[in-house]
Design a protein around this ligand. Structure first.
Ligand code: NIG
Ligand code: FE
Length: 400
């Protein structure tokens, strides 16, 4: 049995209120024992020697927390859109149609090129502490490229999402319903075997609530689970259908009424907030504080994509959520770990409890609060996924 023990952890976030008081379940002077890729024991550093069968690694009082669960990414793409960002920063508005620029490049890319791009972005993500990643298609918009997208994504994660309904494909402009026919027909048949989730961008310039219902119901009939992009550009009244169809998550939620918040709070559907998109489109931020106060489940995600949020940095999302949505550092960390797991309906990740996958992040700081307190600083020093080190900073760095 492979065994690893970490001790002298200054602050261990377990996300289990049964382990220690408070929603983050924080243990001080703590230790963790990992066996066969799973958390086998958590407790006090003073007791670890009696349970570990190898010499524990001394963590020198740093903070350790569960690996981030990024429940919303668009990593399958090719192409370059920095000029579009620069234009936006000089005053041009963001529109759903920009997606088509990436579609042209993605259709022309080889599988190898797409694979290399995912690999590059996933390496960035791991270095920021992300250990679980959902990946969407949606830059193919034809049967062959959507199928390639979900197939290549499946090489990297079990949480693959078919997003053929990202925008109407360029060949179908003015024939949106015919494009929906293709999505729920041949495209869904080709993509469903590689995907677990179905998603629709239900917003201005993308798909209507009626089209969204048709697409999600077709996906559900093929065994996929629904999730939805909504209320990013305007309030399209999509929260009702998201909850009615038991979507695992509504993502973006930039424009929400009080009543939308109450409906989400009374549901099983997570509100996934993606502050990188508001940052990169210079928009106002979602009502994170109000969602949490109402009792809604909230997740934080990077929404990594080349158009509206080209970032892999979850600590930056936490800092933005704290600063701009008035949520606390503790709530933000919970949203980026447990919240992401809930948005993917998983309970094997997002927490450090016995039996969970041993996905851990060590910070070069005494408290997780530094994630928001030191915005933009690369504090992640070591990351384990299923008990194996997948990232470690250069040991020569001077820790003072
Ligand atoms: O989540 N909202 C829709 N899709 C992406 C944007 C994609 C793009 O602009 O390329 C998002 O923000
Ligand atoms: Fe998205």
């Amino acid at each position: 049995m492979s065994h690893l023990a970490l001790t002298n952890i200054g602050e261990l976030v377990t996300n289990d209120p049964n382990i220690a008081e408070g929603p983050l379940g924080i243990l001080e002077s703590a230790a963790v024992v990992i066996a066969d890729g799973l958390v086998a024991w958590v407790g006090s550093a003073s007791e670890v020697k009696s349970v570990a069968n190898s010499d524990p690694i001394d963590m020198h009082g740093v903070a350790v927390f569960p690996g981030f669960v990024d429940s919303h990414t668009h990593l399958v793409f090719d192409g370059e859109r920095s000029a579009e960002f620069a234009a936006r920063m000089s005053g041009q508005p963001y529109a759903a149609g920009g997606i088509r620029t990436t579609v042209a490049a993605t259709r022309n890319a080889t599988d190898e090129k797409l694979r290399n791009n995912i690999q590059r972005l996933q390496q960035e993500m791991v270095s920021c502490g992300i250990t679980s990643t959902e990946i969407k298609s949606g830059y193919g918009l034809d049967v062959a490229t959507e199928e390639r997208s979900v197939r290549v994504a499946k090489e990297f994660t079990d949480d693959v999402t078919f997003l053929g309904a990202h925008v109407v494909a360029p060949e179908f402009s003015d024939r949106a319903d015919e494009y929906v026919d293709l999505v729920v027909g041949e495209m869904l048949t080709a993509c469903a075997p590689h995907a677990k989730w179905i998603d629709v961008f239900c917003d201005r310039g993308a798909f209507t609530v009626e089209q969204t219902r048709r697409i999600l119901e077709a996906g559900i009939a093929k065994g996929l689970q629904p999730r939805i992009h909504a209320h990013q550009l305007e309030n399209t009244n999509a929260i009702g259908i998201a909850v009615e169809l038991d979507c695992a998550s509504v993502d973006h939620c930039t424009h929400l009424t009080d009543s939308d918040i109450s409906v989400l709070a009374a549901s099983n559907t997570v509100a996934t907030l993606v502050p990188g998109a508001e940052f990169s489109t210079r928009s106002s931020y979602p009502r994170g504080r109000d969602l949490i106060d109402a009792g809604a489940k909230v997740a934080l995600s990077t929404d990594c994509n080349p158009g509206s949020s080209y970032t892999t940095n979850m600590p930056l999302m936490i800092a933005l959520a704290v600063r701009e949505m008035k949520i606390t550092p503790a709530e933000a960390l919970s949203a980026a770990t447990l919240g992401g797991a809930q948005a993917l309906r998983r309970n094997d990740v997002g927490r450090l409890t016995v039996g969970a996958r041993a996905d851990l992040v060590a910070l070069d700081a005494p408290s997780y609060i530094h994630l928001a307190y030191r915005p933009g600083v690369p504090l992640v020093s070591q990351v384990w996924r299923a008990g194996k080190t997948v990232f470690e900073v250069d040991k020569r760095r001077n820790h003072g």
